[in-house]
Design a protein around this ligand. Structure first.
Ligand code: PGA
Length: 244
């Protein structure tokens, strides 16, 4: 059963999520964190930076693995997820840069990159706490709806709706990459704890479907119902179909 933490609004959701992540790092300073990009976790990162600056949290022993990266975008591309993470979090906290992992969007051999990424996570001992957002089509990471759940880290052909949703950052649809590397569902489901963040009315329907609908690879987030330690941290608007 998914635990649900209902927040008042985006700010409250961000603070509650930051509290969970902060408690994780205080309890286990060398935590392995699975991190997400997108607009949803930005407020959580801001809150964590604030607590770091006040001396309340120390990331020096933490390792991080991001869920995904666009194929073809290098570290300096303004829309690469590496750049997003540097700008929104890593540049402002004391995570050792040697312990930051993001799939390489410009790898020579993507199969190798995918396998190596999984191996690095395994070597780090697996993910202690995975942060997830949810796409309008139910994707987590870039695991898009399809006929089966994709277990391994893999190259994804991005759906039109995902590219369209993300075109707001690129200016025009044609500039949005067609492929991405995404952590597979197997690694995500092996995380010891997961928090799924959602904010706003536009996420209400897919969140409800993911939490209570049938487990269906066409709604990738629905598999999270099977995770033994998942907490949904969502605001009232995102939970409006939930009836709680
Ligand atoms: P968003 O994206 O946080 O920008 O809504 C979520 C996602 O696509 O996973």
């Amino acid at each position: 059963m998914m635990k649900i933490i209902k927040a008042k609004d985006y700010k409250d959701m961000s603070r509650k999520a930051a509290n969970i992540l902060s408690a994780q790092v205080i309890l286990k300073p060398d935590s392995v964190l699975g991190l997400a990009t997108g607009s949803t976790p930005i407020g959580m990162y801001k809150q964590l930076i604030d607590w770091y600056r006040k001396g309340d949290i120390d990331f020096s022993k933490v390792s991080t693995f991001n869920l995904d990266e666009y194929v073809g975008l290098d570290d300096s591309h303004p829309q690469s997820y590496r750049k997003f993470m540097q700008d929104n979090f890593f540049n402002d906290v004391n995570i050792n840069s040697d312990n930051i992992y993001i799939p390489n969007g410009i790898a020579n051999n993507y199969d190798c990159e995918c396998r190596n990424y999984e191996n690095r996570i395994a070597l780090a001992g697996g993910i202690d706490l995975q942060v997830l957002g949810i796409g309008h089509n139910g994707h987590i990471g870039f695991n898009e709806p399809k006929e089966h759940f994709e277990r391994d880290t893999h190259i994804v052909c991005l759906k039109y709706e995902t590219r369209k949703a993300n075109s707001r950052f690129f200016g025009k649809l044609d500039d949005v990459p067609r492929h991405a590397i995404s952590m597979g569902m197997g690694i995500i489901m092996k995380a010891k704890r997961i928090i799924l963040l959602a904010s706003g009315e536009r996420k209400a329907e897919i969140l409800h479907k993911s939490m209570y609908g049938k487990i269906d690879p066409y709604v990738p987030a629905s598999i999270l119902q099977l995770h033994p330690d998942i907490t949904v941290v969502a605001d009232e608007n995102a939970l409006q179909s939930d009836g709680i």
